[in-house]
Design a protein around this ligand. Structure first.
Ligand SMILES: Nc1ncnc2c1ncn2[C@@H]1O[C@H](COP(=O)(O)OP(=O)(O)OP(=O)(O)O)[C@@H](O)[C@H]1O
Length: 360
């Protein structure tokens, strides 16, 4: 449904070149639900705008729904729906009228347009509100109306640019439910951009992680987490002395683990942490070191991003330092969970990495 080769877009800002998208090779199959995930300025919207023919590529090529985005713009537009970041509907109109006008603009007859509007109003749960003016709708209702507008011509492919940004968690969950249902009913291919990690994790079958205008990972959320981030076993000790002893006498020998101590707390990042935790506790007990707390957490897509870039992709979409300038060199790995100066040791034989941080 989408195939790009070396897709690139530069902007010139005050004689400086911004490399917003740098040679993307993407492939999205028919019926897939794919999320483009990345921090602010990663190049997600620019990619979407090229795929939807709103912006010409600087170089490279893209075929969308069987048409080239440069030479077959009309063909692309007839097959896709695009819901951008702003609200598309006019504020003084009633939602239903907006939908019908949109249908007419896409060449549907008056009756077909009315019928299609009614169908979308029902499936997007807009019944009680479609006859009100758009300006009186809540953020979540407006966003659903935007989606109905994008779907009026029954496109095979729907692009959603940050569909749930600005919505509260309840409206976000509701909108996600509607998008899933549309997909299940019509088999629409969906490409969405987001910086909500949970949204990408829960909704997408495939997550394409973009950073500095490049694809840095592309896989199912489960495989990304399994390949790039381990479980996190957090152990708390009675004091810093015990925690230090635990690292040197017991935990430092866990193969393939990254061990990080901050004060009286030790975090072990390792595959299969759930299975490993009881063994670790037994080893510590044998060494006579008392553990006062234990917690095992599964990795998130943020841990994946952290592992790939050394930076965190936080829920608000802002990442750590140095993230918003595409074309700049990536920052080196940063250490998490430490507040003071820290040192990192790589133990060649065991593949263990230990990081020692000062207490907060
Ligand atoms: N019209 C433009 N003129 C100049 N620079 C632009 C333009 N559009 C985007 N950029 C720059 O290109 C880079 C990528 O921007 P883009 O909007 O594609 O990122 P994004 O991943 O969608 O970010 P966000 O999550 O904040 O929407 C940024 O550095 C941005 O400032």
């Amino acid at each position: 449904m989408i195939r790009t080769s070396g897709l690139t877009r530069h902007f010139t800002v005050r004689k400086e070149t911004v490399e917003a998208v740098r040679g993307l090779d993407l492939h999205v199959a028919s019926g897939e639900m794919v999320a483009l995930l990345g921090p602010n300025g990663a190049g997600k919207s620019t990619t979407l705008r090229m795929l939807t023919t709103l912006l010409p590529p600087t170089s490279g090529s893209a075929e969308v729904a069987g048409h080239d985005v440069t030479t077959g713009q009309r063909g692309v537009r007839s097959r896709i729906g695009y819901i951008g970041q702003g609200n598309g509907a006019a504020h003084s109109q009633r939602g239903r009228d907006e939908l019908i006008s949109q249908g007419r603009a896409y060449g549907l007859g008056a009756r077909a347009s009315r019928d299609r509007a009614a169908e979308l109003i029902a499936s997007l749960d807009l019944e009680g509100v479609a006859d009100r003016t758009v300006s009186s709708l809540s953020g979540g209702q407006r966003r659903r109306l935007d989606i109905a507008m994008g779907l009026i011509h029954a496109p095979d492919l729907l692009f959603l640019d940050e569909p749930s940004t600005g919505l509260d968690p309840q409206n976000r969950a509701n909108l996600q439910g509607h998008i899933r249902a549309l997909r299940a009913e019509h088999g629409t291919t969906i490409v969405l951009t987001t910086h909500y990690l949970d949204e990408a994790d829960q909704m997408a079958e495939r997550v394409i992680v973009i950073d500095h205008g490049r694809v840095i990972a592309d896989d199912t959320p489960a495989r990304l987490k399994a390949d790039h981030a381990g479980d996190r076993v957090t152990l708390t000790f009675g004091g810093e002395r015990d925690a230090r002893r635990a690292v040197t006498e017991s935990l430092g020998v866990v193969a393939g683990a990254r061990v990080e101590r901050t004060g009286a707390r030790v975090v072990i990042e390792v595959a299969g942490g759930v299975q490993l935790a009881p063994k670790l506790l037994r080893g510590l007990d044998d060494a006579g070191i008392e553990v006062t707390g234990v917690e095992v957490t599964r990795p998130t897509l943020d841990d994946v991003f952290l592992s790939l870039t050394g930076r965190s992709l936080r829920e608000d979409g802002t990442a750590g330092p140095g993230t918003t300038q595409p074309g700049t060199t990536k920052a080196g790995p940063t250490k998490t969970g430490t507040t003071g100066p820290s040192t990192t040791n790589h133990t060649a034989e065991s593949g263990v990495t230990t990081t020692e941080g000062n207490a907060a």
